[in-house]
Design a protein around this ligand. Structure first.
Ligand code: GLV
Ligand code: GLV
Length: 321
């Protein structure tokens, strides 16, 4: 913020009650040249139309499904994100959820605190082994690959599916490329690492959950709407899959009376996979760097819509002729 304050006049949403009301966001954006948005801020055509001054939207997240990038591109507004900064931190948290559901860590904590621990027991809180289990990665981008690297340390067998085969990480990490169906059928843990797009919305629905083993777990640290929440609840409640570790939900925040919360087989977190001090600081510096570069007419390091930049450059060149 120091960096930013020194170089721009800034208006900051002053409370922890996020997001600001839509009309406040629109009003402030309309008075600005640049916007640093959170994933809870909806940046759509209406906001962009109300903000003709706006030249850059710098998203403080790697995912940018909160932004209508097509509408921004049409209006010549640069969009940036924070890839890379959070890869390792999200991969750590993915393993934390995976281990927690497999070994019933949260249930065990509740059990112990509730004073229910009477004696050691051969059958007490039995879970599933992670070591030697099969991990199925849906998506092998930066985060999926970082999860694979960790899973190797747990001697997991690793399958992945992606829109394209990725030979380099596949060979380096000994991964097996498989169809989506095969990943779902064979994995003991299915972990989602694709962005939310119209094509990945409800990628995991009733038919996909039905392919999973009844002993398998679903881990989602990507975006909630990639899994159909009703189908997921039904599969969990009906014991058709063993459990789930979820950091993201179709509707966030998850209401405190949501039926998922009644299931012991589910470990939930409030969208915190990237929440380490170092990573959130790194993301902030990246978001500020992207914003200031765009405002100063320098190519931002993390452009989501490079075509806007190219077009701007061409227009400038034309202008010099
Ligand atoms: C967090 O969910 C992000 O996309 O950075
Ligand atoms: C996100 O950074 C990804 O590519 O998985």
């Amino acid at each position: 913020m120091g960096t930013l304050r020194a170089q721009a006049e800034i208006a900051v949403w002053p409370t922890d009650e996020i997001p600001p009301p839509g009309e406040v966001l629109v009003r402030e954006a309309a008075a600005s040249d640049g916007l640093i948005s959170l994933l809870t801020d909806r940046v759509d055509a209406a906001l962009l139309d109300a903000s003709p001054r706006l030249r850059v939207v710098s998203n403080y997240a790697v995912g940018f499904d909160n932004i209508d990038v097509g509408a921004a591109t049409e209006r010549g507004v640069v969009v940036t994100n924070t890839p890379g900064a959070l890869t390792e931190t999200v991969a750590d948290f993915t393993m934390a959820l995976l281990l927690a559901v497999a070994r019933r860590v949260v249930e065990a904590d509740r059990y112990t605190r509730a004073g229910r621990w009477q004696s050691w027991g051969p059958m007490l809180l039995l879970g599933q082994d992670v070591c030697g289990a099969t991990l199925g990665l849906i998506g092998l981008g930066r985060i999926g690959t970082a999860v694979a690297r960790r899973a190797r340390g747990f001697a997991m067998r690793i399958l992945y599916h992606d829109v394209e085969r990725r030979e380099a990480p596949e060979q380096e990490l000994g991964l097996e490329f498989a169809s989506m169906e095969e990943v779902l059928r064979r994995a003991d843990f299915v972990s989602i690492h694709v962005p939310l797009t119209p094509r990945t919305r409800h990628l995991i629905g009733e038919p996909q959950l039905a392919l999973m083993k009844p002993t398998a777990f679903l881990i989602n640290t990507a975006r909630g709407p990639i899994a159909d929440s009703e189908a997921l609840y039904d599969a969990l409640a009906g014991g058709r899959i063993a459990g789930a570790g979820l950091d993201v939900f179709e509707a966030e925040p998850l209401p405190s009376d949501h039926p998922l919360l009644a299931l012991d087989s589910v470990v939930v977190a409030p969208h915190i996979a990237s929440a380490s001090v170092r990573t959130r600081t790194g993301m902030a510096l990246m978001a500020v760097g992207n914003l200031l570069a765009a405002l100063a007419g320098r190519r931002p390091p993390n452009l989501v819509n490079p075509e806007v930049w190219e077009r701007r450059r061409l227009i400038q060149q034309e202008g010099y002729k």
